[in-house]
Ligand binder design. Structure first.
Ligand code: SAM
Ligand code: MD0
Ligand code: SF4
Length: 358
């Protein structure tokens, strides 16, 4: 049986040498001193691939209407407690422009599975494609689109309208668990949407929701599936129980599992983008996530646009903590710097070329 130091040496040498046993071992560390060694190795690997540069993503949750019933989500259709809004294209473009001016390198356009955009014949999709186009033109920044499951031809149109990324998280790759989370959304359909996005030349983001009763073996399985998917961005978020949902009374787990997973993802997928999301613990959890090897800060939200977060609808938004200037002291304390737009494009463009986009 290898010890921690041996596993970390192996990981830093070549991620391909890591076995499932090694991954399990790393995900089960208990002592803080051991976990700190894991994080240190993850930082070392991040530095080798990205130096001290961090990418910043602006987040625009432009419609919180949703036709779905995910048990974990505040915005599930039946929840009367969640704030519902659908921002006009002008409001979306204004929020995106404010984010761009503040210094982010990408705009993430996210919505619930809002029928206004997803049905109504072709009209719905036309609205979605039009929105991407406007944001792309007005900001000049790469756009990520998180619309839920959409058909392959719509993914193609989104790509042609200027989207670079499609984000769609499976949450888990253990089917029995998936079925308890994303009710009435076939696993395969969601999975295939990601493959179709890749075929259309979009970069993709895959994600794991943790603290839902998954085992360490479930996590190792997910890591392997994520690795073989070849997503350019991989994330994990801790489940935050939401008022008015079936899992409202569930106890929130600690954040350790998410933090450890960030570090293990960094070791296993060294050159991928891995977010530190402000949408879980807000600004107070940013340092820990960056120190575990994340290299993107996501869920930066303009304070006065009336926009919500997903897992944390309001935390740290109104007081401007989820902004580029709000997070600046944390980046500095970690010895990190925001990348420039050019540096982000230098990372992104070759990946898009590889996929035949550019
Ligand atoms: N409606 C689209 C969809 O579901 O794909 C786009 C939104 S998606 C980016 C929202 C993601 O936030 C979920 O896939 C899940 O990973 C995460 N999330 C939602 N509710 C959460 C909660 N209560 N706690 C933690 N993460 C949550
Ligand atoms: C985030 N709240 O980055 C956002 C969201 C959707 N692509 C991302 C979950 O944390
Ligand atoms: Fe809707 Fe997305 Fe929430 Fe599921 S996670 S209920 S699809 S907004």
């Amino acid at each position: 049986m290898m010890n921690l130091a041996e596993i970390l040496v192996r990981a830093c040498k070549d991620a391909a040498l890591l076995t499932d046993e090694n991954l399990k071992f790393l995900l089960q560390l208990k002592k803080d001193t051991d976990r700190e060694q894991l994080f240190q190795a993850a930082r070392q690997v991040r530095e080798a691939h990205f130096g001290n540069k961090i990418f910043l993503y602006g987040f625009v949750y432009f419609s919180t209407y949703c036709r779905n019933h995910c048990t974990f989500c505040y915005y599930r259709q039946a929840n009367a407690a969640s704030p519902r809004y659908r921002k006009s294209p002008e409001e979306v473009v204004r929020a995106a422009a404010a984010l761009a001016d503040s210094g982010v390198q990408l705009i993430d356009l996210t919505m619930g599975e809002d029928p206004y955009y997803l049905s109504d014949g072709a009209a719905g999709y036309d609205r979605l494609v039009g929105l991407v186009e406007q944001v792309r033109i007005r900001t000049g920044l790469p756009v990520m689109i998180s619309p839920g499951v959409v058909p392959p031809e719509v993914l193609r149109r989104l790509q042609q309208a200027g989207a670079s990324w499609y984000a769609c998280y499976q949450e888990t790759h253990t089917r029995s668990l998936y079925e308890r989370l994303r009710l009435r959304q076939p696993y395969e359909e969601r999975w295939q949407a990601k493959l179709a996005a890749q075929t259309s030349g979009l970069c993709i983001e895959e994600g794991l929701l943790v603290g839902m009763g998954e085992t360490t073996s479930d996590l190792v399985h997910s890591l392997r599936v994520m690795q073989s998917l070849g997503a350019q961005q991989v994330r994990t978020m801790t489940f935050i129980p939401q008022q008015g949902t079936p899992l409202e009374e569930n106890k929130r787990s600690g954040y350790e599992r998410e933090i450890d997973l960030i570090a293990v993802m960094r070791l296993l997928m060294p050159d991928r983008l891995i977010p530190a999301s402000l949408d879980v613990e807000g600004i107070s959890g940013l340092k820990q996530r960056l120190q575990a090897g994340a290299n993107v800060v996501t869920s930066l939200i303009p304070p006065t646009a009336g926009l919500a977060g997903v897992a944390q609808a309001t935390l740290d938004i109104a007081d401007s903590a989820r902004t580029v200037s709000g997070i600046a002291p944390v980046l500095a304390a970690c010895g990190l710097q925001s990348a420039s737009r050019e540096e982000y494009l230098d990372w992104l463009q070759p990946r898009m070329k590889e996929e035949g986009i550019a």
